[in-house]
Design a protein around this ligand. Structure first.
Ligand code: PEP
Ligand code: MG
Length: 315
């Protein structure tokens, strides 16, 4: 019965009292885009472009990238597609962007830091994206990974605008950026929380080390505090703050994130129906109360239990 009701629930994400939360897809290539484009989602919240090049030995040309982006953008028509620029390094190494071994790759020259050193790679990608956007008429939003400071956010945003991409934002996945989200958001157009890395850096626990999974749990109250800080920056500046880490696809966590103030949730497309259903069963105020309960807990287990015991029993 619950399954039938979940599949009947469709359309834009919203709480039972009509507070809108965009439900978006995470994708990694044109095949994912086909699937997600045919699904009931409002667009893409995270296109991990580095996934296209994990086995490449040479940097892709502008033409190759533009052709691939056209294939990815086309299935979405006028729905927005958020494209992350190359997030190379650490858990996602790219041979053509390798700057050599480092003692702590997760804390090293990765993500936007790497693109600052390889401006040629970033500029080629931005050029290709602008071309694909012009060719398809798609609404492309571009965002940078691993941003730590407002200065980095400003640098990236200006560069993307100059390349002909009018909507440019940053990922918030480093505690420094979460705590200073107000300053970061003043110089960029939007932010999206990467809760996978935000958990890694908040808890100082390497996401590649399976034994540390309990520390990497996004229910850790410290991680929720970081999300709350980022959302405060969003409301202070009037800029959108979403979530595109795996946690967005957990229905109970989606309620908490909504209560904390995020306005979009991006996830594997299969997770969308459950999250849509969960939202439809709660008011915005109930989500706020669930978020307060989670942040009041003294452990990840207690936070989850507090929310599970209060949320709709059918979840
Ligand atoms: C994240 O860090 O939460 C994120 C969405 O990016 P990735 O998992 O690709 O690092
Ligand atoms: Mg990340």
């Amino acid at each position: 019965l619950a399954r039938a009701r979940i599949s009947q629930c469709s359309g834009p994400g919203a709480t039972s009292d009509g507070h809108h939360v965009l439900l978006l897809a995470n994708i990694g290539n044109a095949a994912d885009a086909e699937l997600a484009g045919a699904a009931d989602v409002e667009g893409v919240g995270l296109f991990r472009t580095e996934f296209l090049h994990l086995s490449a030995t040479q940097a892709p040309t502008v033409e190759e990238q533009a052709a691939e982006y056209v294939r990815v953008l086309t299935p979405f028509g006028d729905r927005p597609v958020t494209v992350r620029t190359l997030d190379a390094g650490a858990d996602k190494p790219l041979a053509f962007a390798d700057l050599g071994p480092e003692p702590n790759p997760a804390l090293g020259r990765r993500g936007l830091r790497l693109m600052v050193e390889r401006e040629d790679l970033l500029d080629d990608q931005l050029t290709a994206l602008a071309r694909a956007a012009a060719e398809t008429g798609a609404l492309v939003k571009v965002m940078a990974p691993m941003v730590s400071t407002a200065r980095e956010a400003d640098w990236f945003t200006r560069r993307a605008h100059a390349a002909g991409l009018p909507v440019a934002g940053v990922m918030i996945e480093v505690p420094a950026a979460a705590l200073r989200a107000h300053h970061v958001l003043r110089v960029t157009d939007f932010a999206s929380l990467g809760t996978n890395d935000l958990a890694q850096y908040t808890m100082a626990a390497d996401r590649m080390v399976g034994e540390l999974s309990a520390l990497l749990d996004p229910w850790q109250p410290a991680v929720l505090d970081m999300v709350a800080a980022a959302c405060e920056g969003g409301s202070a500046t009037g800029k959108a703050v979403g979530v595109c880490g795996e946690s967005a696809g957990d229905p109970l966590m989606a309620l908490v994130l909504t209560g904390l103030g995020v306005n979009s949730l991006s996830m594997s497309v299969q997770r969308v129906p459950m999250v849509r259903w969960a939202l439809s069963q709660h008011t915005a105020q109930e989500c706020v109360q669930l978020a307060v309960a989670a942040r009041s807990a003294d452990s990840a287990e207690a936070a989850l239990e507090a929310v599970r015991s209060t949320a709709s029993t059918e979840l």
